[in-house]
Design a protein around this ligand. Structure first.
Ligand code: 2RA
Length: 329
């Protein structure tokens, strides 16, 4: 089984390699693929020296699966070429997520919808994945009317240059500015570009992707996505109104039983999810569970996950694992 990792030299690409190693992913041959400027670069991985190849050579090699994290324009141009050659693409960019002919997959929720015909599969936005995974068992049990989410997103979601800006500011050096403002000791209520309706693209991704993954346009979603100077993961304050009343103990039990979710919720012991504890973990962590006393049938939750892991690399690798396990490639 030949596996290609496209964008292997990026922040998410290197996380994908880590996850593949931790999961003992059963490839026979691994192709590390990047843009022309990185072709020929040598990467040490699992005791072997890999030479980075270009996209055309990778297509010609006909890998069974190609996991992409190379930006939307590269995915738009190259994912169809891989698909035509018989490769199944799992793409981390936003390029295909809202394409009605493409599946948007969180394996624990909707991998069962996948078939051999799906040659380009979209990985949802990191901030969407962690939220819908935690909401799914509650949606199944109580039905969801409305979701209000505010996010606190790590600079790693922007990429290495953003991390470098934050660390330079923190060291008192003159940073290479990625953001329009200083990020350290600050928060930016601005992730991706502003839309005519006043929302940012990141906020619209959470709204639209949530409806698509749940296959339910009746769910009302509103989002405010915020960049904060931290590493380790994205945090989200979620207020969810159900169609029926709920029992808090049952909510806790449903979440505890959900694969990929860990409940960390004991305020008396100061137990609640934080990015410093989620970093490099594959799970989604949920805490601060409490009834919204201002509105019937409504629950407050705090959801944290490593955005480079379950938010990107781990979810993509899990999709690839599902494809193999179900003989869809
Ligand atoms: C971010 N979710 O955090 C976006 C893309 N990774 O910037």
């Amino acid at each position: 089984m030949k596996l290609a990792v496209v964008g292997a030299t990026g922040l998410v690409g290197s996380e994908i390699l880590e996850v593949l190693d931790e999961h003992n992913f059963p490839y026979d041959e691994l192709l590390l693929v990047a843009s022309e400027r990185s072709v020929g670069k040598q990467i040490e991985y699992k005791g072997k020296t890999h030479t980075v190849i270009g996209l055309a050579d990778a297509v010609a090699a006909k890998p069974e699966i190609a996991i992409f994290s190379a930006g939307g324009s590269t995915s738009l141009e190259w994912a169809p070429k891989f698909a035509e050659a018989g490769t199944t693409v799992v793409d981390n960019s936003s390029a295909w997520r809202m394409d009605p002919s493409k599946k948007l997959v969180v394996p624990e929720i909707n991998a069962k919808e996948l078939s051999k015909e799906d040659k380009i599969i979209a990985n949802p936005n990191c901030s969407t994945i962690q939220m819908v995974l935690a909401l799914e068992p509650l949606r199944q049990r109580y039905g969801i009317k409305r979701v209000v989410v505010s996010t606190y997103q790590s600079v790693t979601g922007t990429g290495k240059a953003a991390v470098d800006q934050m660390m330079a500011e923190r060291a008192g050096e003159e940073p290479e500015m990625v953001y329009p403002y200083k990020i350290d000791m600050n928060v930016l209520p601005h992730i991706d570009v502003f839309q005519p309706n006043g929302y940012t693209k990141e906020e619209m991704k959470m709204i639209n992707e949530t409806k698509k993954i749940f296959s339910d346009d009746s769910i009302a979603v509103t989002a405010t996505t915020v960049r904060i100077p931290t590493m380790g993961g994205h945090s989200e304050s979620v207020n969810v109104e159900f169609k029926t009343d709920f029992d808090l103990a049952e909510v806790r039990n449903l979440l505890t039983k959900t694969s990929g979710v860990v409940v960390q919720d004991d305020p008396e012991k100061l137990l609640y999810p934080m990015p410093i504890h989620a970093h490099k973990k594959d799970e989604v962590f949920v805490g601060r569970l409490r009834r919204d006393e201002s509105q019937a049938n409504t629950l407050n939750m705090w959801i944290v996950a490593d955005n480079l892991r379950k938010g990107a690399a781990t979810n993509a690798v899990q999709i690839a694992e599902y494809l193999l396990a179900n003989k869809l490639v």
